[in-house]
Design a protein around this ligand. Structure first.
Ligand code: ATP
Ligand code: MG
Length: 225
């Protein structure tokens, strides 16, 4: 569950990126955040994952208070979310297998569990057969699928994606978004900030529209017009 109450974000240089945002996203929902370039999509995503802190207002994510959270609680919070960015690069000198394995190692997963989980995760994203490939031996869509496997490795309650199909062709993009749909069906809440009208219209999920830092529309089964 995500709740934002009267959230305003002013960057150091004075840019007011978000203005009095009110929004609630229940557990298990699939929501798109769309809007023109500069409308505040990435800022909203960064506030939810606490990469940025709101200037005014309240934000609650998975029961954590983003304004009041203690420093020592942040790693616990971060483990409850997964993130996928357009430019969220894989580690170049690690194979697909090793990239996913690494995500499990840093959360202290037992070795025996890791060797079971990595093939399962690569299977979910349809890349079991590419486990030994290095990132530069994979297509853009395949790399993004490895990034997805990595993001869901620790079974996050919430998956946050910023332009997850940014560099991909329409067909590959639909493949990625269908994959996100399947992950959502397994119970993970999903938020996707995007310009890609193709994937928004394909999914027919909730669409929150930003313009100049304000929510101007919020529809279930929305379209990108
Ligand atoms: N670190 C920053 N410091 C100052 N201003 C920023 C910073 N990051 C973003 N902004 C400004 O905040 C506003 C919202 O930016 P944001 O990146 O959230 O937009 P966006 O909707 O994600 O755009 P795009 O579709 O181009 O990715 C813009 O005016 C941008 O210039
Ligand atoms: Mg952005």
């Amino acid at each position: 569950m995500i709740i934002l109450k009267n959230v305003t974000k002013v960057y150091k240089n004075g840019t007011e990126a978000l203005k009095k945002i009110n929004m609630a996203i229940p557990k298990g929902e699939f929501a798109f955040i769309i809007g023109p370039s500069g409308s505040g999509k990435s800022t909203l995503v960064k506030l939810i994952m606490r990469e940025e802190i709101a200037t005014y207002g309240e934000i609650y994510v998975n029961g954590f208070d983003m304004q009041g959270i203690d420093r020592y609680q942040i790693p616990t919070f971060r483990r409850s979310i997964g993130v996928v960015f357009q430019d969220f690069k894989l580690l170049p000198n690690k194979t697909a297998y090793d990239n996913v394995e690494f995500a499990l190692q840093i959360t202290g997963t037992h070795k025996r569990d890791i060797s079971k989980m990595v093939p399962q995760l690569l299977d979910v994203v349809g890349l079991k057969h590419k486990d030994k490939a290095y990132p530069d031996e994979l297509s853009g869509g395949e790399q993004q699928r490895v990034a997805l496997a990595r993001a869901i490795a620790n079974n996050p309650d919430l998956l946050i994606c910023d332009e997850p199909t940014g560099n991909l062709d329409p067909k590959t993009s639909i493949g990625i978004i269908e994959l996100l749909g399947r992950i959502n069906k397994m119970g993970t809440t999903i938020i996707v900030a995007t310009h890609d009208s193709n994937i928004v219209n394909f999914m027919q999920k909730r669409v929150i529209v930003l313009k100049d830092g304000r929510i101007i529309n919020d529809k279930m089964r929305g379209q990108y017009i």
